[in-house]
Design a protein around this ligand. Structure first.
Ligand code: G3P
Ligand code: CA
Length: 306
């Protein structure tokens, strides 16, 4: 039977503030096959894990008077954004901040961790993965990392290209070569073409709205990471025919993110029947999925194996 991988989306982000070592640690404990850091860059060229380079939404930066004058407005990938941006901070400054729950209304329990957890570097995440793989020893399946390049064109224009330090870090930790398993993902086809010329590690084209020409996608990627709305059985078959594995995002337990027939209770943050939702997609032959709740993901995957 083929392996279906469970990817811990931003760590166990349903249960801890996203993109913190604690979030990744819980994901590993829950049996995730891969942990997923989204990557952006500091002013001094260090890769850190954040979903976007604007950090007002997921850290306490607004509470630091000495950083008040760093707040600004800029256009990133065609979108006007106002806030505090990682490229304006050194790593030492980033390390004075603490993470905050992105979705406090839906995930109020996670706010008890607000103010306690640092923004991790990619290096620290790879160290965590290495420690887990050492613990497993030679016999066990390798824990994997599934990094995503965020705003690669923006950072390249600033002279802070993400790709060289990303690949150097993966090589240093022997990822894909005896160390952690790895997939590198991006929404940006230009970024993937660039990476294709730089590494033999498996690449994933993220797609949200449409597939385009899958044979063309297969020239720059080994897999597609697709939004749930795109993941029909026909689409999975077509991707497989083009030689692409299919990973689906993002599975979340809260009613807010579930189809109406799987919701339980009235609150948007109440948990519904996520396991059943995942089972529907497993039935269509997907090769992996991203979830904020790795424990539920592992249970659903293992149940479907039987
Ligand atoms: O990387 C897969 C999925 O995470 C893409 O969405 O916005 O959560 O990075 P996002
Ligand atoms: Ca991501």
């Amino acid at each position: 039977m083929k392996e279906v991988i469970v990817i811990a989306h931003r760590g166990a982000s349903g249960e801890r503030p996203e993109h913190t070592l604690e979030s990744y640690r819980v994901a590993i404990e829950q049996g995730a096959d891969y942990i997923e850091p989204d990557l952006v860059m500091t002013r001094d060229g260090v890769l850190i894990a954040r979903h976007e380079n604007e950090i007002g939404g997921t850290t306490d930066v607004a509470d630091h008077p000495r950083f008040a004058d760093r707040r600004r407005t800029q256009v990133i990938d065609g979108e006007t954004m106002t806030g505090w941006f990682t490229e304006d901070f050194t790593l030492a400054e980033i390390k004075t901040l603490r993470a905050r729950e992105r979705l406090p209304d839906l995930r109020p329990r996670n706010t008890s961790f607000d103010g306690r957890l640092e923004v991790p570097t990619f290096e620290e995440i790879l160290d965590l993965a290495d420690a887990e793989n050492r613990r497993r020893g030679d016999g066990g399946a390798r824990l994997g990392v599934y990094p995503e390049t965020k705003h690669p064109a923006h950072f390249r224009a600033l002279g802070l290209a993400l790709e060289p330090p990303l690949l150097a870090a993966l090589e240093r930790h022997r990822c894909g070569a005896g160390g952690a398993r790895v997939f590198i993902q991006s929404f940006d086809p230009v970024n993937l073409r660039m990476l294709r010329g730089m590494t033999k590690l498996p690449l994933v084209q993220l797609l949200e709205h449409e597939f385009g020409d899958l044979r063309e996608v297969a020239r720059r990627a080994d897999a597609i990471g697709i939004a749930k709305a795109l993941a029909t059985a026909d689409a999975v078959r077509a991707a497989h025919a083009a030689g692409l594995a299919v990973h689906v995002w993002t599975f979340r337990a809260e009613n807010e993110f579930l189809p109406p027939d799987l919701r339980v209770g009235a609150g948007a943050g109440d948990h519904g029947r996520l396991e059943e939702e995942i089972e529907r997609y497993l039935h269509d032959g997907i090769d992996g999925f991203f979830t904020d709740f790795p424990s539920i993901g592992v249970r659903a995957r293992d149940q479907a194996r039987r």
